[in-house]
Design a protein around this ligand. Sequence first.
Ligand code: FCB
Length: 465
Amino acid sequence: MSEMLRFPDGFLWGTATASYQIEGAVDEDGRGPSIWDTFCHTPGKVFHGDTGDVACDHYHRWEEDVALMAQLGVNSYRMSVAWPRVQPEGSGEYNQSGIDFYRRLLDSLVEHGIAPVVTLYHWDLPQALQDLGGWTSRDTSKRFADYAYEVVSALGERVRLWITLNEPWVSSHLGYGEGEHAPGTADLSSAIRASHHLLLGHGLAAKAVRSVMAPPSSLGITLNLAPTRPASNSDADAEAALRVDGYANRWFLGPLFKGTYPKDLADLFHPVTGDSHVHAGDLETIATPIDFLGVNYYFCHTVADSHGAPQPGTAPFGPAVLRAVGRPDAAVPVTGRGWPVQPDGLTEILVRLRHEYGPVPIYLTENGAAFHDYVDPDGAVKDPERVDYLESHLKAAHAAISAGVDLRGYFCWTFTDNFEWAAGYSQRFGLIWVDFKTQERILKTSASWYAEVARRNGLEIGRRL
Ligand code: FCB
């Protein structure tokens, strides 16, 4: 008899997407430009010169996509609202066509029995706000809270979970610190300021939308979290791992749950940027209570101390002040994206959240993998590696539930293959294959496998279709 792992009643099973990665239609019906439009059209920034101009053409094909979702039988769907579609300049006038697009989409999801989970900011900042400094400017936090209030007022009752921000670490450090993402700034001081203004924007938005949000809607934020592991048992590597943990995890968890930045990192960052951007009352605003935490989990960080000098065969991990290098364990298998497959890290981070930050309800708002998928001569897309990946991570999620974690939902990244940021269309994370020339969609084996898990609200280990 194979093992059957049941999930709690009412568990949400869905897929997750983001507006810029799927919608296309970047200059239709009044949408304004975003920082990702600008970044993609800057030569050399995105692999192969790819852009989100068309992406999955979801803006025109959303009915077909909702029908596919209904066919899968999932009971939830995480998507994001494109700020520049709803408010083209990021301040002032709202665009009724943009709001109507999301209203139609959300209504259709609800009619199909699919509970919407909506992220208000998944990285597509209106370019007009970037022209004024973007997230390095304190004013952007206020603009975000105004926009959030407007969207929740207009669409509120249709949405089960509102998520203010997706992965503020990525927005701030990859966007402003390393320049790998839009807007492409490479300056640690800007990244630290941006991280504060993102958190402040979250807190201001959380306060603002409370007055227009009614049950059963609830509100949270999504962080990308990763256990950090020392590459050896030396004290120096253990300390490097602690610094990386501060940078990647505690810098965001601390303000949100404890109302303070972690002291070790604040001390490290202080000489870089000071603290004049942190005003009295900001941390109380950021720590405004939330109803749940969204966690995106992909892998762990394995790091060593750089001893302040380049280490042969390794790359620096994060900014130089961390004095850390990434040294992944060569024995750990990797996905097509080169990301290590470490399901045990998922159990570890969830259990840690329970112990260090209390019994907050958690949704796994993203988890998934890219592999080198292809269409067989018979027209099928078979992706056994993805099925193995999902099975091992769902098993790890279940272990966390057994250990007392209040986990309430799982959202596979992602619904269809899509525009994978700086990697363009080179990485296919979808449960559904997309032919980007014809926009044909083909369900991969993993889609049917996942649909079965969702329908049974249980995972039968070893079961293959
Ligand atoms: C996450 C992003 C998501 C997607 C996955 C692979 O960091 O939130 O949009 O790109 O990675």
